[in-house]
Ligand binder design. Structure first.
Ligand code: EPU
Length: 343
């Protein structure tokens, strides 16, 4: 690589243990961290024409490395939070892709700007959050995204995607399918609200409704953190990638059949014909809670989460996930699809 600016770091045969929240000790042939858009363009130019796989990662909180990565992994260190405008009714901010998602949530709660407080404490970085359309407690990040700034990997040219061009859906965007790997997110523009807009429908958040006056963004954030800490493993203590599977959406007919046998199936009505059933419930009914395979296990408090209990290998996790998928299919005739990205 010629004329590389100093702040680019290149590592070879590099352990990705600190770059995937499962904590798997897989290696990348090459790992490059850059800190500015110019550096990214320079890195892309240097990789051009080389026959190798390139993968851009964020905090690695939604990845399952199935083996060593025989290519180059890119990581953004672009970190800034910039106010584009601050008005009485809305605040627009532009945030670098490498900012830790929860650092942004903490800052917004501190300023009492509403919009991302329900998404507090989700691991990962800003760039990946816009690709994955992270969601929790009745809110998806797309609801506050105005635009996504990218660099086209093949040309190094900038392109801005307006919200409507991002193809957002449940844990989904155009960047995961049609444009996968083609654009690298450099910054995301969000619109927040200084006026309270609260989402307190989720079970344990409903108690904030009896609160004297509208809860502050900070109070909602604190409640969300408390819920997450009680249900989900602490990323620093037990490796996982959050929810391993998506919650399946099934035809209403399938739901009714299940409900005949299991009267109290938890569910969310998506439309007249489609019902979402929590994968955690399906997995729980199959008796998986706390079960393990090799070093991988099903988290006791939330069976949608697979954890690295004891030096799990990628094979342990893949096998456990496959066994779970098979048993849910056999018992309920429902296909679970992973929420994590297999690499
Ligand atoms: N359930 C069980 N047994 C359990 C736990 C849960 O049967 O041990 C059933 C209960 O009926 C419960 C339902 O599953 O009501 C839903 O559980 P929970 O509220 O914990 O949420 P989830 O649907 O399992 C989703 C997201 C989470 C997000 C929460 C809260 C997906 C794939 N997961 O989980 O997101 O935090 O809702 O909004 O949509 C993530 O994406 O990594 C993630 C953690």
């Amino acid at each position: 690589m010629r004329d590389m600016a100093n702040s680019i770091t290149i590592k070879r045969d590099y352990s990705l243990r600190e770059h995937n929240t499962f904590g798997l000790d897989v290696k990348a042939k090459q790992f490059i961290n850059y800190n500015t858009i110019d550096e990214l363009v320079e890195v892309l130019a240097s990789l051009k024409g080389k026959e190798q796989r390139i993968l851009h990662i964020g905090g690695g909180s939604n990845l399952l490395f199935t083996q060593d990565f025989e290519g180059t992994i890119l990581h953004s260190g672009i970190k800034f939070i910039e106010y584009v405008s601050r008005e009485d009714h809305e605040v627009v901010i532009r945030v670098g892709a490498g900012v830790k998602w929860d650092d942004l949530c903490a800052e917004m709660a501190r300023c009492n700007y509403y919009g991302c407080e329900n998404l507090s404490y989700i691991p990962g970085e800003v760039g990946a959050s816009a690709i994955q359309n992270i969601g929790a407690y009745g809110v998806e990040v797309e609801s506050i995204i105005q635009q996504v700034e990218t660099i086209e990997a093949s040309t190094g040219k900038p392109r801005v995607f307006h919200h409507t061009e991002c193809g957002y859906g449940y844990r989904d965007s155009i960047f995961k399918h049609r444009l996968q790997g083609q654009y690298i997110v450099t910054a995301v523009v969000y619109r927040l609200s200084p006026i309270p807009i609260v989402h307190l429908d989720y079970g344990q958040l409903q108690q904030l409704r009896s609160h004297a006056g509208t809860p502050t963004a900070q109070e909602i954030r604190d409640a969300v953190i408390a819920i997450r800490q009680s249900k989900l493993p602490e990323p620093d203590e037990l490796g996982s990638a959050g929810s391993f599977f998506k919650n399946p959406v099934v035809p209403a007919k399938v739901f009714r059949q299940i409900a005949t046998t299991y009267g109290d199936v938890p569910h969310y009505v998506i439309s007249e014909d489609e019902i979402k059933i929590p994968a955690a419930w399906l997995i729980d009914q199959c008796g998986w809670k706390g079960k393990s395979h090799g070093g991988a296990a099903v988290y006791e408090k939330q069976p949608l989460i697979l954890v690295n209990k004891d030096h799990a290998t990628p094979t342990d996790i893949i096998k456990l996930a496959t066994l779970i998928e098979q048993s849910v299919l056999e018992k309920f005739n429902i296909h679970l699809s992973p929420e994590v990205n297999y690499i």
